[in-house]
Design a binder for this molecule. Sequence first.
Ligand code: HEM
Length: 84
Amino acid sequence: GVDTLLRVTPSMLKQHNKRDDAWSAFNGKIYNITHYLSYHPGGEKELMRVAGRDGSKLFALTHAWVNLDYMLDGCLVGFLVPEA
Ligand code: HEM
């Protein structure tokens, strides 16, 4: 629920860069993409490029028309915030 969303810094995000523990930031929101990886139409390898980091730019370059917020609503972890 919204009461459990986290404030995630870039260095926290960086910890989640593994195939079995993958988070990514898109337009200020942090998503746990782990379970979506095997469903991504563009393949796991492409999506893993943004694991542990901000994927906004690559997402916008490949398919800005895809409604990520709707698709990954259940995978929202929190919000990207500056380093403390
Ligand atoms: C295709 C979702 C992140 C690369 C697609 C498609 C969807 C999708 C729905 C099919 C689009 C269509 O056919 O019009 C997502 C979601 C992402 C994500 C929800 C974030 C969690 C990325 C990233 C990259 C990427 C970061 C690049 C590093 C691609 C490519 C295709 C694709 C290359 C085209 C595959 C093809 O048609 O052969 N993605 N994507 N995606 N995605 Fe993603």
